[in-house]
Design a protein around this ligand. Structure first.
Ligand code: AMP
Length: 399
């Protein structure tokens, strides 16, 4: 499959599915990270002779609404890209197609919110065909929605046989997660934390054969501790997953993956930052107390494991990091990963709350890569084939 920067577009209209699902306040973009991320893709298309037509969803509209109109993004897009932004009030139909044909050099066309049409999330083929009329070539650069088989992310590729490619955001996301999943260097370590075992089982099962070390932390660790006969007080436990936890431990042993469970736990008498706190071994939590963070002994043991690792994946916080009194474990692990990265390790932080955590502790620029795709990244780590990726590969442009 030919990479975007190799493709010559010869004045073709290049329809790009971007992820411009940005937060807004009073019509102003409050975080432009996602728009910024797509600028190199847009610039590459223009440099290679293409005319970019951008389409995205914004929020979860029930139908057309001013509050979720893409029009509000035109100023930010123009400023970040340096191009003149033309806006089409429709994403399909005559207005959109006309605007795409009229697009001149130095201009970028932005189509209205795809989700103003319920056919988008339904993956409607006729709607995908209508969207396809505004482009001669299709690029998917929306990793964040790649796990959805929507009209604009997957179904549309049928109308661009041999004329599909990944944008640079998508390519970078895939390459970085593949660096972990197909690691060439050892040791490979994953830290999987967060609230529940139930939402992480598939990730654990997919990762274990690829790992040397698996650090299990956060709320889910207590189910593993209880599964081995430990006393966890009122900590978060999913009793219906005790057997699953035992099976995961068994599988890890068979595959030569060392599991690290927390040794000590920071306990509280209520789920509150104001609660009284105390520390105990993780398997001896007194009745009436709940574990909300890992303790110092755990961190001392994890530090050398992370320092020795060549590849590190972090998904899910070590504790309830949103509350200052239970943030230390997550903060320290972010620091260890940063230090390991400075010593040459490759580190990927992906999937939801650990991304929020590295940002909160100002470590985002000290790790190798922070993924932009929450749910999509989780599904990729689970080993699933993402519809948005599969569809492009199936109809890819070959050099
Ligand atoms: P997840 O989305 O599964 O990665 O879970 C993230 C959430 O897990 C965060 O909001 C944390 O506050 C929460 N969490 C982490 N550790 C614990 C814990 N020990 N008890 C309860 N919730 C936790």
């Amino acid at each position: 499959m030919e990479a975007l920067n190799q493709i010559q577009f010869n004045n073709q209209r290049v329809l790009v599915r971007v992820d411009f699902n940005v937060p807004l306040n009073g019509g102003k973009v409050t975080d432009n990270t996602r728009i910024k991320a797509c600028i190199p893709t847009i610039q590459t298309i223009v440099k290679n002779g293409g005319r970019p037509v951008l389409m995205s969803h914004l929020g979860r509209p029930k139908g057309p609404s001013e509050e979720l109109s893409m029009r509000q993004l035109t100023g930010e897009l123009a400023q970040l890209s340096g191009y003149t932004v033309v806006f089409s009030e429709a994403c399909v139909g005559e207005e959109a197609v006309k605007a795409s044909r009229a697009l001149e050099k130095g201009q970028v066309l932005l189509l209205e919110n795809l989700r103003f049409h319920e056919e988008e999330t339904k993956g409607d083929k006729a709607f995908a065909k209508a969207l396809a009329q505004s482009g001669d070539f299709y690029i998917n650069d929306a990793f964040g929605t790649a796990h959805r088989a929507h009209a604009s992310t997957a179904i549309i590729t049928e109308f661009f046989e041999g004329k599909c490619a990944f944008g640079l955001v998508m390519k970078t996301e895939i390459e970085n997660v593949d660096k972990v999943l197909n690691a060439k260097e050892k040791p490979v370590t994953a830290i999987v934390g967060g609230a529940k075992v139930s939402s992480k089982i598939s990730i654990l099962e997919n990762l274990i054969p690829k790992l040397d070390h698996l650090i299990i932390a956060g709320g889910m660790a207590y189910t593993f501790v209880k599964a081995q006969g430990g006393k966890v007080g009122e900590s978060l436990v999913e009793d219906e997953y005790l057997e699953t936890a035992r099976n995961i431990l068994k599988k890890a042993k068979e595959k030569g993956c060392t599991i690290h469970l927390p040794l000590d736990s920071v306990n509280a008498d209520a789920f509150s930052n104001e609660a009284n706190t105390s520390v105990s071994p993780i398997d001896k939590i007194p009745d009436g107390l709940m574990g909300l963070d890992v303790g110092k002994k755990t961190l001392e043991c994890l530090k050398p494991v992370l320092y020795k690792s060549k590849i590190i994946l972090w998904n899910g916080p070590m504790g309830v990091f949103e509350m200052d009194n239970f943030a230390e474990g997550t903060k320290q692990v972010a620091a260890f990963i940063s230090e390991a990265t400075a010593k040459g390790a490759f580190s990927l932080v992906g999937g939801g709350d650990s991304v929020a955590a590295v940002k909160k502790f100002n470590r985002a620029d000290q790790v190798s890569y922070v993924s932009t795709g929450g749910g999509a990244m989780l599904e990729y780590l689970e080993g699933k084939e993402l519809p948005g990726i599969k569809a492009v590969l199936l109809h890819a442009h070959r050099g």
